[in-house]
Design a protein around this ligand. Structure first.
Ligand SMILES: Cc1cc2nc3c(=O)[nH]c(=O)nc-3n(C[C@H](O)[C@H](O)[C@H](O)COP(=O)(O)OP(=O)(O)OC[C@H]3O[C@@H](n4cnc5c(N)ncnc54)[C@H](O)[C@@H]3O)c2cc1C
Length: 272
């Protein structure tokens, strides 16, 4: 989906275009941050296929099209380095008159946004589940280190600053965990989970960032070396505040959904 010259936080801004020519789609565009591009046999490309003044609304202008990565015109220009990893796997891709059969279209014309939302919703819950596993591990490491490490005449565990880290991390992990479980339950029941998905997408990576940050602090200089998994966890948590939609966009969605309810004369039901 994401393009270097358009705001990825606004999926309606996508400019990659697919034009029908006989029984083929012809695609032109420029993408980046296509994760796992180097290893992929095909890409799912979000393309603008419908006219601006066509039927339907702004949500109905895009279609997802499957493009084999060995297709002539599919140019993987480079992998964009992330956090100093030159060999990262987030591809920048130029689509230059790529031709694929019409049957490579996923779903109906104009259904691209809906398809993306359907997939990304569950994907965000999975990201949060991974975050909880990571922050739990960072917590284990922090508590164990505080029991073992002696500073200024006492174990770290006896210092109130460190006890505060442990207590705050406990609350972060448990809140993140319960919010994620509730969201997964809503999805399982086929209920509208959009507000809760946005809420965990903001809360959980930020909670992970805080927990990992405290664990790094307790480990001292060791915490920022590559000899523990903490520095990788820290980068992952920070990155997740951007990937799959930045925090601000999800906060806007939460507020929009809540306000809509109150404008309808109702209040928000947080559940029992
Ligand atoms: C590691 C990684 C992997 C990724 N993998 C993929 C992938 O596989 N496929 C894919 O398509 N994309 C992928 N992305 C891209 C990601 O989804 C986009 O980076 C993200 O949607 C933000 O788009 P942008 O970078 O263009 O930022 P922009 O849209 O330019 O936004 C910049 C900043 O502006 C602020 N902002 C935006 N809108 C508002 C607003 N309404 N109000 C206030 N502030 C606002 C936010 O702080 C935001 O971070 C990946 C990104 C990363 C970092």
């Amino acid at each position: 989906m994401t393009e270097p010259d358009q705001p990825g936080s606004n999926p309606y801004a996508i400019q990659t275009r697919a034009v029908r020519d006989g029984d083929e789609w012809v695609i032109n565009g420029h993408k980046w941050f296509a994760s796992n591009a180097r290893r992929a046999h095909f890409a799912i490309v979000m393309c603008r296929t419908e006219a601006e003044d066509g039927e339907g609304g702004v949500r109905d202008r895009m279609t997802q099209i499957v493009v084999p990565t060995d297709n002539p015109g599919f140019n993987l220009v480079r992998s964009v380095p992330v956090w100093g990893h030159e060999e990262g796997d987030h591809g920048e891709i130029i689509l230059d008159n790529v031709r694929v059969p019409l049957e490579n279209q996923l779903g109906s014309r104009g259904s691209g946004h809906q398809a993306a939302q359907d997939r990304l919703g569950a994907g965000r819950v999975f990201h949060c589940m991974n975050c909880i596993g990571s922050m739990w591990r960072a917590f284990d490491m922090m508590v164990k280190r505080s029991i073992e490490r002696e500073v200024h005449g006492g174990k770290l565990e006896t210092k109130q600053f460190i006890q505060g880290f442990i207590a705050d991390s406990y609350m972060d992990i448990q809140a993140a965990r319960l919010m994620t479980i509730r969201t997964a339950e809503l999805l399982d029941k086929g209920l509208d989970a959009r507000t809760d998905i946005s809420a965990i997408k903001v809360f959980v990576p930020a909670a992970m960032e805080r927990v990992v940050d405290r664990s790094i602090q307790v480990h001292g200089a060791l915490g920022v070396t590559s000899e523990t998994p903490l520095e990788g966890m820290y980068r992952a948590a920070r990155t997740l505040r951007l990937a799959d939609g930045p925090d601000e966009v999800h906060r806007i969605l939460i507020a929009k959904n809540v306000l809509k309810r109150y404008h309808m004369g109702e209040s928000w039901d947080f559940g029992v």
